[in-house]
Design a binder for this molecule. Structure first.
Ligand code: ATP
Length: 288
């Protein structure tokens, strides 16, 4: 399988924050969810990939081309949805579209009209009068109307109501069916990831904590509960995070087999994406 996006050794330093050697890849036919707490570095990573923030070092390849030398060709072939969405408020959505469309060699007015209808947007409405959700939908329509091979989106589902969010997820799934495409999107909404992500990448304090398939995560991680008296310094090491109260302990492990062997009478439950993400972050904050 080819990699549609490759990020290698990306470093970007702000005064009080830095991306540290961020490295990951996205294979074709894959939807990747990019997760992390507020301020972890998701937007900075996306902006650096797109050349909207100047990286200090690192190599970004998109569709086999180097972003530093092929930015124009790459941007013609990818769809981007960023929170800020740079539009002229005085124009209608159709007028804005007429400015944007010529920038793309494979722009399709048919696709544009179809998506505007699907998202229930009125092409004559002025951009300054759009709600946050409508603006996001409009950005999505533009990203989807030029046969992009990769979609890069920063929190595309935030601010959307459940109905539109579900429509967007269906559209993403439909988009992927064409084959040879990829989607990279950041989100805080873990139910979206449950529904459509194939891979998850967790960034924490500017560093990639893991890059794993969703199936692998669900297979390997468990929440374990039991009597706190059964814990000792050795078996405690099996947990990424551990909470002990008067009633007992509850912890997240990625080594359930060993935990079963070394702690008797435990209750084992499935771990969700949020549990796994928080356990990794807790481990880091307790070990530094
Ligand atoms: P959220 O989930 O809240 O959107 P995020 O993971 O996208 O967060 P970033 O927006 O990448 O996080 O921010 C990471 C850190 O970089 C934050 O501490 C932020 O203050 C800092 N930062 C972002 N942009 C700049 C900038 N232009 N100048 C200085 N610091 C910045």
């Amino acid at each position: 399988m080819n990699n549609i996006l490759e990020v290698a050794g990306l470093n970007k330093t702000y005064e009080k924050f830095s991306l540290k050697n961020v490295t990951f890849s996205l294979a074709e036919d894959c939807i990747v969810g990019f997760i992390g707490v507020n301020g972890a570095g998701k937007t900075t990573t996306i902006r650096s990939i797109l050349g909207l923030a100047r990286k200090n070092s690192g190599k970004i390849s998109v569709l086999g081309m180097d972003m530093d030398t092929h930015e124009k060709e790459i941007k013609d072939r990818i769809g981007v949805v960023m929170d800020e969405g740079c539009f002229y408020g005085d124009l209608s959505m159709d007028e804005m579209k007429s400015i944007i469309a010529p920038a793309y060699t494979r722009w399709s007015n048919n696709d544009y009209r179809d998506f505007m209808r699907k998202f229930d947007l009125d092409p004559k409405q002025k951009i300054s009068t759009l709600s946050k959700g409508m603006r996001m939908k409009y950005s999505l329509v533009l990203a989807l109307s030029h046969q992009a091979e990769l979609l890069i989106m920063d929190e595309p589902t935030s601010g959307l109501d459940p109905l539109v969010r579900s429509q967007l997820l269906d559209i993403m799934a439909e988009y992927m069916k064409q084959g040879g495409k990829g989607v990279f999107f950041s989100t805080h909404i873990t139910s979206d990831l449950d529904k459509i992500a194939d891979m998850l990448i967790l960034i924490d304090d500017g560093k990639i904590e893991f890059e794993k398939s969703k199936d692998e995560l669900f297979e390997n991680y468990r929440i374990i509960k039991g009597d706190a008296k059964l814990l000792n310094s050795e078996n405690k090491k099996l947990f990424l995070s551990l909470k002990v109260t008067n009633y007992g302990f509850s912890g997240v492990t990625d080594n359930v087999v060993k935990a079963q062997k070394s702690i008797p009478d435990i209750v084992i439950e499935k771990a969700g994406i949020e549990d796994i993400m928080l356990a990794h972050i807790e481990r880091r904050t307790h070990s530094v």
